[in-house]
Write a protein that binds this ligand. Structure first.
Ligand code: ADP
Ligand code: MG
Ligand code: ZN
Length: 605
């Protein structure tokens, strides 16, 4: 397989790429440069663009992995205008979103390029015209949605006629991760795209995506039937993005207000919220500060959404409180901040959403507000969703990765994100541009084996789980709380009661959370008699692996010396409220300000 991987450290956004001579000696090289400057009005190529362009013009299958905003579109839009290569005719582009297509087609038409789209919308007259243009062979680029291909016989006929006449230049699959059920954004219609290779084996294909780990890559290659593709991959690191995870507390709105008003006055940003309601409420609250903010979500009409997007793009609105429906394919260079008001559902999604900041290469901030209770709520929603078991399991495991990311206060954020993409990264290369690198002082931490603690915790949960107990309650029992509830239920006699007495409460919470992400414990939600949803703690699939000692748990902890003072303080605090400990709701506990601690996925098998 001809794999062409560039050094991981090459930066994606360092601007214009210096032309490599060997890439400039093709019969079409002259024409390529000409089109770049006269049609696209660009001064040069970015990293990997010219290589990908040459590979597809020479008739090879191509797989392009480039971060969001890296410039993937040019890799197929420019070749669509080249006559001197091995391909000619119309380029068919499969794209998952109509809004994205509209945006791209409008840009192309504005450049004088013959481009169009056929999708389920649009009136019949328009569509007729588009078919006429397509059948004439004079269209350079045709954007279609995958479901069109699967449902429209007319479209299939037109494409096959083009092919017969030797005018089907290439097939482009944009956002190719949608092909894979292992991607975070699987579209069933994308699965059918393998039909292109079967019916037109001689027509080169290009798959492009910003997010594909090894598994997704394999899936895409296999499902599309790519043959020995030229593979262009570059570092996913975005050096100009500053990553930070903040504890989500009462001050969140004031913090966002200050970010917008003091740190980035007049600069644009996105605030991602978890639900439509949260978008609207957050926007309202920020409006009360006099900030120019509004909401954006899938519940709005296309007109409303276009209007909001336009106002944001021109700067009339400073920020948008949006669901993840916002942003895909949006091309705004000067986004200075991306805030996650609630933790994202997947790390891939997080990477994509934060990737919308700083496309101009200038420093931009990505702030994620984390509260364990939010994760808990999201788990509950996954459980209640009307989806099959496998989908739920997948979503749960994605979310657990996000929780681990948020709770890991030691490893470089970039290192963690890039590890997800199977990319090696040295934290020195972060240059202290993330919260963990900025505050980390590895001398203050030590790795401790807490397998025995974990065993006791699991043991407590195993004995109580039949009685529908919450995590908070299990923590109480583990710490040996002498509350009425514990005593009247006789839980002060279970094995492991009080085993956590000498430990810091925040540490105990961390270990509990960690055991959930390790699937040694799990939270199951249900609606109680009063109609409130609660989540109850149970043992998970890995519980016995820990109990038997087959799996061990080790996590970084602040060193004893640097801890002494805070432990003393914690002891006074916990004594003071020992009597009404159980009255503290789980959200309060999750909100409690914890001192900087570390979590590291370190269960050794
Ligand atoms: P992607 O699809 O990878 O997210 P796009 O193709 O939408 O990214 O491109 C993102 C932005 O980068 C666009 O504004 C585009 O005009 C710009 N761009 C692409 N290639 C170049 C280049 N060679 N030089 C300068 N800007 C470029
Ligand atoms: Mg794109
Ligand atoms: Zn870092």
């Amino acid at each position: 397989e001809s794999v062409y991987i560039n050094p991981a450290k090459q930066m994606a956004h360092s601007g214009v790429y210096n032309r490599n001579d060997s890439e400039m000696c093709h019969p079409w090289s002259q024409e390529v440069c000409q089109v770049l400057s006269s049609v696209f009005k660009l001064p040069g190529f970015r990293h990997n663009q010219l290589e990908a362009i040459n590979a597809t013009i020479s008739g090879k299958d191509v797989f392009v992995l480039m971060p969001t905003g890296g410039g993937k579109s040019l890799c197929y839009q420019l070749p669509a205008l080249i006559y001197g290569g091995k391909t000619r005719g119309t380029t068919i582009v499969i794209s998952p979103l109509i809004s994205l297509m509209q945006d791209q087609v409008a840009h192309l038409v504005a450049k004088g390029i013959k481009a169009g789209m056929i999708n389920s919308r649009g009136d019949t007259e328009e569509r007729k015209n588009m078919y006429r243009l397509l059948n004439s062979g004079n269209l350079s680029l045709l954007y279609i949605s995958p479901e069109m291909l699967n449902t429209s016989g007319q479209l299939k006929n037109s494409i096959s006629r083009l092919h017969k006449n030797g005018l089907l230049a290439r097939i482009v699959i944009d956002e190719a991760h949608c092909v894979s059920s292992w991607g975070h954004d699987f579209r069933p219609d994308y699965k059918e795209l393998g039909v292109f290779r079967r019916e037109y084996p001689d027509v080169p294909m290009i798959a492009l995506t910003a997010t594909a780990n090894d598994r997704v890559q394999l899936d895409v290659k296999h499902n599309l039937g790519l043959v020995d593709p030229a593979f262009f991959k570059q570092s996913f690191n975005r050096p100009n993005l500053l990553y930070e995870v903040k504890e989500k507390g009462r001050d969140i709105l004031n913090e966002i207000r200050d970010l917008m008003r003091i740190k980035y006055p007049g600069k644009s940003g996105i605030i991602y919220c978890h639900s439509k309601m949260s978008c609207e409420q957050t926007a309202q609250k920020l409006q009360k500060f006099g900030l120019r903010v509004t909401h954006y979500h899938a519940g709005m009409t296309p007109e409303e959404r276009m209007d909001v997007q336009a106002k944001w793009q021109e700067g009339t609105l400073q920020a948008i409180c949006a669901t993840i429906a916002f942003g895909m394919g949006i091309d705004k260079a000067n986004v200075r901040f991306v805030v996650h008001y609630t933790l994202p559902r997947t790390l891939e999604g997080y990477y994509q959403e934060t990737g919308r900041a700083g496309r101009d290469g200038l420093y931009s901030e990505c702030i994620l507000y984390y509260a364990y209770r939010d994760a808990s709520t999201m788990m509950t929603m996954i459980d209640r969703d009307d989806t099959d078991f496998q989908t739920k399991e997948k979503q749960r495991s994605f979310l657990k990765q996000v929780v681990q990311y948020c709770e890991n206060k030691t490893d470089c954020r970039r290192l963690q994100v890039l590890r997800y993409f199977n990319e090696a990264f040295e934290s020195e290369d972060c240059h202290k541009a993330c919260d963990n690198c900025r505050t980390s002082n590895s001398a203050d931490y030590e790795e401790r084996d807490v397998t025995d603690v974990a065993k006791n915790i699991i043991c407590v949960v195993r004995q109580l789980q039949e009685e529908n107990v919450t995590m908070l309650y299990c923590i109480d029992v583990f710490r040996g709380a002498k509350t009425n509830k514990v005593q009247s239920a006789g839980h002060d006699s279970v094995e492991g009661y009080g085993a956590g007495r000498g430990l810091d409460r925040t540490d105990i919470e961390r270990i509990f959370h960690h055991l959930v992400t390790e699937d040694a414990l799990k939270e199951m939600s249900s609606v109680n008699r009063a109609g409130f949803a609660s989540s109850y703690l149970k043992t998970g699939g890995q519980a016995s692996a820990f109990l038997s000692g087959y799996k061990r748990l080790s996590m970084p902890f602040p060193k004893k010396s640097s801890r002494a003072r805070s432990t003393a303080k914690a002891a006074t605090v916990s004594r003071a409220r020992a009597s009404n400990d159980t009255a503290i709701s789980s959200s309060n506990v999750a909100q409690r300000k914890s001192t900087t601690r570390a979590t590291k996925s370190a269960a050794k098998t």
